[in-house]
Design a protein around this ligand. Structure first.
Ligand SMILES: NC(=O)c1ccc[n+]([C@@H]2O[C@H](COP(=O)([O-])OP(=O)(O)OC[C@H]3O[C@@H](n4cnc5c(N)ncnc54)[C@H](O)[C@@H]3O)[C@@H](O)[C@H]2O)c1
Length: 407
């Protein structure tokens, strides 16, 4: 992913790569080839201390985010974009939130941004515009499907083990939890039920870790259902042995319509169902009559600079603009924590074959930590405390009270 960031930063007019740190010799060579003018070093602490660096993008393996952030947040570097997932556990997320509150509060003008680039994928960004404009009415259901190829090989095979990634439903699906919350205007998950397993991929693989042969433990398919605190429902359908492409569909159903976005096709479809009062199904052609189709073209240069339909470019563009114009993080630390927590809950649900209440996962975080007080909107612990009654009425009340800023 580091290379994809470099390729896209090169397309920005107002940013350049001045330094790259990577512990792997081959990765350093690839970085030097991609950005010959940049200084390439092995130790990221050298990068953090270098006067030429204003902003860093953290793209180390998930389990290393915490180590890098522990040093980077108190460092001289001004702004930080950290790749998803924020961390692999909610405890580490909380530790980062405390560091951010201490060193990167609003008065410092420093930006801490969590990389959730699916928000910037053109068809999904268009879907968000329609939803934000209220074009499908009150939102009730969000369904996301990703059917794709198996996890790719990574440096040192770190992604074969849940200990390093957080588990598939944290590592991969934090994007989808974040999207569900973003579509639902910042709603929070209340409970999660998931069923899934490692049924096809990685079964014959073994890797030597610290002298011990280990088998991968990452799930490759799942169905996950989520109740949100505003009464909406979410559903994820993930399969990582389904298609030779990364195929994502997002369906949002509101009280007055349904909208659907798809990648890589980059199409958005909106349908407005008509009142049905007949004893027979709607006539042929009525669906088409009340359906609009759009395509969201992506410039060729952006398609060639990565694997996310231009999302990496648009995310970096928004981040750099916020940095240069004194803006705020669009994807906040709170968003990063919520996405990890939902993934942790889903992984636990599969492991223990039961419904997991989000307050159970959030209880792993110290309720006295500054993250709950310092994050925008209500913090993660406040959320779990106020939904402790877990009745629908209490959840609705909590949702209504919560400050729903546009994310
Ligand atoms: N936004 C997305 O859609 C997306 C896609 C892929 C990966 N990612 C995220 O990007 C991050 C990196 O994933 P990747 O696919 O590039 O993995 P990768 O294994 O291809 O690359 C990780 C690099 O980090 C280096 N590294 C490891 N420890 C380090 C340390 N302590 N200091 C400096 N460098 C270190 C490795 O040598 C390697 O070159 C992960 O957090 C992953 O979840 C995001």
């Amino acid at each position: 992913m580091g290379l994809e960031h470099m390729q896209n930063i090169k397309l920005l007019e107002n940013a350049r790569v001045v330094m790259v740190a990577d512990t792997d010799e081959n990765s350093r060579q690839l970085a030097a080839k991609e950005c010959p003018e940049a200084r390439v070093v092995e130790d990221y602490e050298v990068l953090l201390a270098d006067e030429s660096v204003d902003v860093i993008v953290v793209c180390t393996p998930n389990c290393h985010h915490i180590h890098v952030l522990r040093k980077a947040i108190p460092s001289r570097v001004r702004h930080i974009l950290v790749e998803k997932p924020l961390c692999t556990t909610v405890e580490h997320c909380q530790e980062v939130a405390e560091l951010v509150a201490e060193h990167m509060g609003p008065e410092t003008g420093r930006i801490f941004w969590v990389g959730m680039e699916y928000r910037y994928m053109p068809p999904i960004a268009r879907l968000l515009e329609h939803v934000d404009n209220g074009e499908v009415g009150k939102l009730h259901m969000v369904h996301i499907r990703e059917h794709r190829f198996p996890f790719l090989l990574k440096v040192g095979n770190w992604n074969r083990f849940a200990e390093n990634t957080g588990g598939t439903l944290v590592e991969k699906c934090c994007h989808f939890w974040d999207l569900m919350r973003r579509i639902l205007q910042g709603a929070k998950a209340v409970r999660v039920y998931a069923t899934g397993g490692m049924d096809v991929n990685h079964i014959g693989e073994t890797y030597e870790v610290d002298g011990v042969k280990k088998r991968p433990d990452i799930i490759d398919n799942a169905f996950v259902s989520i109740d949100f605190d505003n009464g909406a429902r979410g559903c994820l359908d993930l399969c990582m042995f389904a298609e030779d492409r990364q195929h994502e569909e997002v369906h949002v159903v509101g009280s007055t319509g349904k909208i659907h976005a798809e990648a890589p096709a980059c199409v958005v479809t909106m349908h407005k169902p008509q009142p049905a009062s007949s004893r027979v199904p709607p006539p042929k052609g009525r669906y088409e009559q009340h359906t609009t189709n759009e395509s969201t073209a992506v410039p060729q240069a952006l398609l060639e600079a990565g694997h996310h339909e231009g999302a990496t470019f648009y995310e970096l563009e928004a981040f750099v603009n916020a940095v240069q114009n004194g803006g705020d993080a669009v994807v906040t630390i709170e968003d990063g924590i919520e996405a990890v927590a939902m993934g942790v809950a889903a992984e636990l649900s599969i492991k223990e074959k039961r419904v997991v209440e989000m307050q159970e996962v959030m209880a792993l975080i110290d309720s006295t930590g500054p993250a709950s007080a310092g994050a925008a909107g209500s913090g993660p612990v406040a959320a779990s405390a106020s939904s402790s009654g877990s009745t629908a009425a209490a959840e609705e009340e909590h949702a209504a009270k919560r400050h729903k800023s546009k994310l």
